[in-house]
Design a protein around this ligand. Sequence first.
Ligand SMILES: [Ca+2]
Length: 334
Amino acid sequence: MQLGRVTIKFVFLFALVLFLRCSATAQNRIPLVIDTDANHGVDDQPAIAYAIFRQDVFDIRGMTSNVTPGGGTIDGFHNELVDIVALCGAKNQFPIAKGPDFTEGFEDFEKLKDRNDFEGIDAVNLIINAANAPDISEDNKLVVVAIGRSTNMALAIYKDPGIISKVTYRFMGTGFPEEMNLSTNGADAGALKQIFNSGMEIHITPRWAIYQEPPYGLMITHKQMKSLAGQGLVVDPPVYVRSRKASFDQFGDWALNRWNNGDVPNPKQMWDFGALLPITDPNMATGREYGAPDVANGFLVKRPNNKNRVTVWSDFNRSNCINHLLETIIKSKK
Ligand SMILES: [Ca+2]
């Protein structure tokens, strides 16, 4: 009987430790909003899938959409986001909000700052509300990752500057600090000027970091993509992905289908994954600090002595990073 009591005590203590560890893990997850422009390309979607399949790390508070010039209307961007989230088994798990059908840039939108009903306000409000959630503070910041233009983030801090100290902004884009011309990559210069001058904590994954020569960069080959055939969480019923005009029940099959039926270079840049990866595993890349730049006439302007700093991520360990992405998708299959 004594042995039985000891065993029961041991089992109870073991369960308690397990519970506390699980609770700690849940509390320590990173509150995340992703602002996307998944306009039927091939790299937003693996980034979205990666975030969903890494909910051991991420506490996803919502996703939003925005438009990239030349990519069609906001509905195409929004529908792709909705469909990919469903294909990754996360339908209705977090809110998804549509951004503005607007490609000119933040500066042209400033005049709308006092309106509460402009097109795209849902995405802006989602970011503001997520940053104002009761558990978000300067000590537990909301991470907003933009894998499209920065318009929604700029509008959010314009409408509610109180969120600036409670948000860490991470984005994929610009060529900072190598390439200063913003017009070459479709960035919203007005939005970036607003953000760089806000004092917000900022991390950049620049475009050049994605196509650095091996062993760096984040390029994926067709052969690597083929390893995703029949891989990924199985969703039942299958999801009709409007951009492909076809149904899929696994993300891996969508990814391969998209590659095989599109004009995809081989190897292909996994641009947007590069914005998320330094959050989950900073050891797979190198972060370097710079003074936050300014923006003038469509160009970034270096300010090395600016007390507001930005961290620039590059030197991704290519094979480890791409293998990690593929394994994350493969492991999601249950
Ligand atoms: Ca993107």
